[in-house]
Design a binder for this molecule. Structure first.
Ligand SMILES: Nc1ncnc2c1ncn2[C@@H]1O[C@H](COP(=O)(O)OP(=O)(O)OP(=O)(O)O)[C@@H](O)[C@H]1O
Length: 886
């Protein structure tokens, strides 16, 4: 097998193996007393001696010896970058796995770093990553080194008011960025005393409001005989932080959103406008605080852990940092549960919000070349203690459950991200560059039989195993681009190794897009291929991440599960078939036994180079030997082939399983896509309907307006017509008035002349006042009068015969007619008035004046005649106009 250093340089992940120590004697004793019939577990794993020149004298290889059951299985040898044995302490793992160079890369080169643990459930992943009540894990140690190295260069949000807005505006992941103080206050209900941490090394308190809720009766599984609920928890040395986390709450199912009494409010993201105003210093300090302080109802406060472990000590570890830069440390946490991403720091604010919204892993506008978890809540921490408290808060939210294999089993893959943001001292406020340090505690693979899971926990296990299987495929692909099996002799063993690093082969694509977990773990492992990135002005070139995988294994645990994990995580594998004495070799060996001794399958005699068989046949010994050796070789080959066949059938069944899973996943995706499309279509239809309605009502309005306008025009036209009519009427009126005035003048004139005549006549009458003349005149007058009277009578009888008619209308065509027709009353009136005037002047009786009138009978007659004629010609409107005029 190749040296692990060769793999280290080329692999996307450096893979370390950590062996979990056996439980303490107390646990073992208790276990034995509980299950006296069970045999003590058998150790199936041996660590091979280190190759002196490789990896600081640390072992790199282990061998798995299958347990002694009836099935014959191959012995497998696995190679890792390093193997850490049971007695290894946390600090050895921290220093020995290359985490320190990883942090150096994050601080100096702006290169992302990733540390993950992988292993069977209960093998010690969380212990490695998060530590125990007394021992810090890799997360705490990394944070400590980070803060120690940055020392006073870390900006504190409570000291620099513009820090949060500036970080928010530069963040590419649409995150909600808060200060640690405000966040912790909303969780714990008291101001966080970040500068006064407890240094006491007492264990964290178990929150008494929480309860342990094992989901299955916690009986001991046959494979993992040491995981018994409560026993490990009783032992301080083996207690993990999950002991505290387990009891956190009635874990709500994000799908069903079951009961929980948290009341953590949501924060509203400040608007861009407010951010800009903040950056310009236009918002008061108080409102700045409010901006990033949860202005929300507080949830029932959690009990603050009384103390946090301080060991192991890393105070001597401080890494060089660019002194011209200033830094901000931004912490976020999320979990991948059932292939969905959930924020661990966005705690639901009330009962209604229990269905936690899952987040998307996608490229954003500000990060087109790189996928990011969008919409996370991120906490800016100024000190190590603040970061630890944030970590603790997120862990409370993470899903854990008691199973038959582990009393505090992680049911999700937990991601803890520390973003180290850097900007030049005194430079532009928003010119942040960043590098992420991501620490991942993967959920463990488990067998339902051993874990004794059921219902939701079983379904979770299915999802966990599926995602781990995809991870396995990726790891296998990255370390072994195609399965190049070769048979090679190895120290008296027949072996075939599954490494192709000698053979130059085309690199295969790592299929990391199969599930969220592999996407999150691998998508930063490759240089950006997105052409968009080249065009994006704000894009900073990013180096591919450096990644470390720590595989944990329990040498006394489940053999099958462990060998499966090791198979796909190891940098190289060698399968060997132990040489088992076969019949042929025994015969062969027997043929060499000195003569006289009994050998199976041959006669008792052997003479020099000949062998006598039982049937008396004598054959050459060398021929027999060759035949036997050939037989032995064939036997071995058959064994190897049967092993390979076994492996191939396992692979085939795995592949079939994968295929089925892929099919069901494709179906699920199809259903989801259909549902999404349906929903989208409905939305679009609704939009279309709304748009159509709007345009319909717009059209209706337009029509109304059109009709209104038409009506207006019509009305206006009519009005104009009326005006035209009016003009005519006015003109006519004016005409009438002019004519009237003229005729009035004429009449006046006539009146005057008549008066003059009358006066003349009166004078004549007065002068010729002799009796003869008078009687003659009287006689003639009497006649005349009589005649007149007759005529009057005739007139009056004519008038009586006629119905009472209004005065004759004007006839504008004939001035004479008008004069006559238009003035019957006037004439009468004038006659009467002139008679009255004469009477008043002469005090004559009215008969006198009446007698005057008959002197112009022609006029009167004509007038009547004309009146009658004109009247007949008049219509209603003319009559009305005439009346009005009158
Ligand atoms: N190296 C170790 N030293 C001491 N105790 C250990 C070690 N590794 C594991 N343990 C103990 O074993 C138990 C199970 O470990 P842990 O919870 O870390 O397993 P896990 O792999 O994270 O399991 P799961 O996948 O179910 O979450 C814990 O009680 C832990 O304290």
């Amino acid at each position: 097998m190749e040296s692990p250093s060769k793999y280290s340089s080329t692999s996307l992940f450096q893979v370390y193996l950590r062996l979990r120590p056996p439980p303490s004697p107390l646990v073992q004793l208790t276990h034995q007393s509980l299950y006296p019939t069970l045999p003590p577990p058998e150790r199936y794993l041996t660590v091979e001696d280190p190759v002196p020149e490789v990896q600081d004298g640390m072992p790199t290889d282990i061998t798995l010896h299958p347990p002694s059951d009836s099935r014959k299985r191959a012995v497998e040898r696995f190679t890792f970058t390093k193997v850490f044995e049971e007695q290894t302490e946390q600090i050895d793992i921290f220093k020995g796995t290359g985490i320190v160079p990883l942090i150096e890369g994050v601080l100096g080169e702006s290169r992302d770093g990733l540390v993950a643990t992988l292993g069977v459930t209960g093998s010690g992943k969380s212990h490695t990553i998060l530590g125990s009540k007394t021992q810090r894990g890799l997360t705490q140690l990394s944070l400590d080194v980070l803060f120690r190295s940055l020392d006073r260069k870390v900006l504190h949000p409570s000291e620099i008011s513009s820090l949060l807005p500036s970080l928010t505006s530069a963040d590419p992941s649409e995150a909600q960025i808060l200060g640690a103080n405000a966040f912790l206050e909303s969780i714990y209900g008291d101001a966080f005393q970040s500068h006064n941490p407890s240094r006491a090394q007492t264990p964290m308190t178990v929150r008494d409001t929480f309860q342990i809720r094992p989901q299955v009766p916690l009986s001991k599984g046959p494979q993992d005989q040491w995981s018994i609920l409560g026993l490990e928890r009783a032992l301080p040395r083996y207690s993990s932080p999950k002991t505290v986390r387990l009891v956190a709450r009635d874990s709500p199912d994000p799908i069903s959103g079951s009961s929980q009494d948290f009341n953590l409010p949501r924060l509203d993201r400040p608007t861009r406008r407010r951010e800009k105003r903040l950056l310009r210093g236009q918002v008061s300090n108080k409102s700045q605080d409010n901006l990033h302080t949860p202005c929300m109802p507080k949830r029932k406060p959690l009990q603050r852990p009384s103390a946090l472990p301080q060991f192991p000590d890393v105070s001597n570890l401080s890494l060089p940092v660019d002194s011209r830069s200033e830094f901000a440390i931004v912490v976020s946490m999320y979990e991948v549960y059932n292939d969905r991403i959930f924020d661990l720091l966005s705690i639901p604010s009330n009962q209604k919000d229990l269905r936690r919204r899952h987040l998307l892993f996608k490229p954003t506008e500000a990060s087109p070349d790189r996928k990011v978890v969008a919409g996370l809540r991120k906490i800016v921490c100024g000190t190590y203690e603040e970061a630890l408290m944030v970590l603790e808060t997120g862990l409370v939210e993470r899903r854990v459950a008691g199973t038959g294999s582990n009393s505090v089993s992680s049911r999700s893959h937990g991601f803890f991200c520390v973003e180290v943001k850097r900007r030049p001292r005194g430079g532009m406020a928003n010119s942040w560059t960043s590098a992420n340090m991501t620490i991942v505690d993967l959920a463990g693979s488990e067998r339902a039989r051993n874990a004794k899971t059921a219902g939701a926990t079983l379904a979770e296990a299915g999802k966990i195993n599926e995602s781990l299987m995809y991870l396995g495929q990726c790891l296998q692909m990255q370390s072994d681009n195609h399965d190049n099996t070769k048979v090679s002799p190895h120290d008296g063993m027949k072996s075939f190794s599954t490494t192709d690093r000698d053979a130059p082969s085309k690199p295969s694509l790592v299929p990391f897009r199969q599930c969220k977990l592999t996407e999150l773990l691998f998508s930063n492992s490759f240089p950006s291929s997105n052409s968009q990135a080249k065009h994006h002005s704000t894009h900073h070139h990013r180096n591919p991440q450096k990644a470390i995988m720590i595989v944990t294994a329990d040498p006394l645990g489940d053999f099958n599960a462990t060998s499966q994990i090791l198979r796909y995580s190891a940098l190289a594998r060698e399968v060997t078939v132990p040489r088992i004495p076969s019949v042929s070799s025994t015969i062969l060996a027997g043929s060499r036994v000195p003569s006289g001794s009994e050998r199976p399958g041959s006669s008792s005699s052997s003479n020099n180079n000949t062998t006598t068989l039982n049937n008396g046949e004598v054959i050459d010994s060398s021929v027999v030997e060759m035949a036997f050796s050939e037989l032995a070789r064939l036997n071995e080959e058959v064994e190897i082939l049967s092993l390979r066949l076994n492996e191939e059938s396992t692979r085939r069944s795995d592949a079939e399983e994968n295929w089925q899973r892929a099919e069901s996943k494709a179906e699920t995706i199809e259903t989801e896509v259909r549902e999404e499309m349906w929903a989208e279509m409905e939305v679009r239809l609704e939009e279309e309907r709304r748009r159509w309605k709007a345009s319909w009502s717009e059209e209706a309005d337009r029509q109304d307006e059109h009709v209104d306008r038409k009506l207006e025009i019509l009305t206006k036209g009519m009005t104009d017509f009326a005006i035209y009519e009016d003009d005519r009427a006015v003109a006519a009126q004016q005409n009438w008035q002019q004519h009237s005035a003229a005729y009035a003048g004429e009449l006046e004139e006539e009146n005057r002349s008549l008066r003059a005549k009358l006066e003349g006549l009166e004078r004549e009458v007065a002068c010729a006042a002799s009796p003869s003349k008078t009687s003659k005149q009287q006689g003639s007058n009497g006649e005349t009068h009589n005649n007149d009277n007759d005529e009057d009578k005739e007139n009056s009888s004519n008038e009586k015969k006629k119905p009472a008619k209004p005065p004759a209308p004007l006839n504008l065509d004939s001035s004479r007619d008008v004069l006559v027709g238009a003035t019957p009353f006037k004439l009468n009136g004038m006659s009467l008035s002139s008679a009255a005037a004469a009477a008043s002047e002469d005090t004559d009786p009215p008969e006198k004046s009446e007698k005057v009138l008959p002197k112009t009978p022609g006029t009167v007659r004509k007038m009547r005649k004309l009146t009658a004629r004109k009247w007949d010609l008049m219509d209603e409107s003319e009559l009305e106009a005439y009346e009005n005029f009158s």
